[in-house]
Design a protein around this ligand. Structure first.
Ligand SMILES: Nc1nc2c(ncn2[C@@H]2O[C@H](COP(=O)(O)OP(=O)(O)OP(=O)(O)O)[C@@H](O)[C@H]2O)c(=O)[nH]1
Ligand SMILES: [Mg+2]
Length: 311
């Protein structure tokens, strides 16, 4: 039987193999994605982001188990770790922290290997999520470290974004937080079993209060939840809030809007990538080098260089 059919029949090994093809953007992967794409758009995509070490993987583990207990037949988890040059370390770490779900055949975990470029990683992540969606995984959790714009872009794949914070992080984390707070649909203070949780809650509450007006307009104010991936405290509340946000999106038309925005962005990113690749393939490196040399000598402006190269 063909790989796609075996994936649709629920074969995990076939799914793992197909995801590798899709991740590497091979002809087989592209063809499979083309066939599977009409089946996508069903899964509730849940992004989990936050500063390093806040407990995102541990929470993903708990949440996936909880979703299974609540009756989801298949839950997908995609862990993105662009900082590790080789996926080996991250893979092992994620596997260990997700050991509870590892034995559950209704949960499929995929760690994304680092790619040459973050754009490549975003493309690969989107494609992997699409395959899981088509294969009937719903919800699909997407974990990324919220450390920069590119990671934020990846988490925008999601319908519902959980931003995870924890007590006891250094001050350097503050900047990271400010950047990702505005994309939060849910705020979770994890490690509630640790000292300092009240302070973290207070600080986030203050930030939420500043955004009050914006939230009132949008019709959704991110709930601030405390949890512990170690004790299990607050997990049920997070699950309920994820469901409530899904319902809000459905009723407000926000889900369709997010889907359309995401697909348009994905199309534009791929178009750019493809146009650049075609242009490179059809251009002599010497020609580019000659124009670049004149640019560096300030004989031609960057815009002029582009116009000259594109004829
Ligand atoms: N005390 C306590 N420790 C936790 C909790 N959740 C996670 N941890 C621990 O915090 C460390 C980091 O947890 P991870 O789940 O790997 O955190 P992460 O955010 O996925 O980390 P990165 O992916 O590396 O950014 C591990 O040692 C966990 O065991 C919690 O609720 N309470
Ligand atoms: Mg992690």
């Amino acid at each position: 039987m063909e790989l796609v059919e075996r994936v649709l029949a629920g074969e995990r090994l076939a799914l793992a193999r197909l995801l590798t093809q899709v991740e590497n953007n091979t002809p087989t992967g592209r063809e499979a994605l083309e066939r599977l794409f009409p089946l996508t758009g069903r899964a509730h995509l849940v992004g989990i982001t936050g500063a390093p070490g806040t407990g995102k993987s541990s929470l993903a583990n708990r949440l996936a188990l909880g979703m299974r207990k609540e009756g989801a037949p298949k839950v997908g988890v995609v862990a993105v770790d662009p900082t590790s040059p080789f996926s080996g370390g991250a893979l092992l770490g994620d596997r260990l922290r997700m050991k509870d779900v590892a034995g559950d055949s209704g949960v499929f975990i995929r760690s994304m290997a680092a790619r040459g470029t973050l754009g490549g990683l975003a493309r690969a992540t989107a494609a992997v999520v699409q395959v899981l969606d088509a294969a009937g995984y719903d919800p699909v959790l997407i974990e990324t470290v919220g450390a920069g714009q590119s990671e934020v872009d990846i988490v925008r794949l999601a319908h519902t974004v959980l931003v995870v914070d924890a007590p006891g992080l250094g001050d350097d984390i503050q900047a990271i937080k400010a950047g990702i707070l505005e994309i939060a649909d849910l705020l979770v203070v994890n490690k509630a079993d640790q000292p300092g949780v009240e302070n973290t809650l207070r600080a986030l509450q203050a930030m939420l209060d500043i955004g009050e007006q914006r939230y009132a307009q949008a019709g959704w104010k991110p709930p601030l939840l405390r949890a512990s991936a170690v004790t299990g405290e607050g997990i049920a509340e997070i699950l309920a809030a994820i469901r409530a946000h899904g319902e809000y999106l459905g009723e407000s038309g926000g889900r369709r809007q997010r889907d359309e925005t995401r697909l348009t962005r994905e199309f534009e990113a791929l178009l750019q990538e493809e146009l650049l690749a075609r242009w490179r393939a059809g251009t002599e490196p010497e020609t580019v080098a000659a124009v670049l040399a004149r640019l560096k000598a300030r004989k031609i402006s960057p815009g002029g260089a582009v116009r000259e190269l594109l004829g």
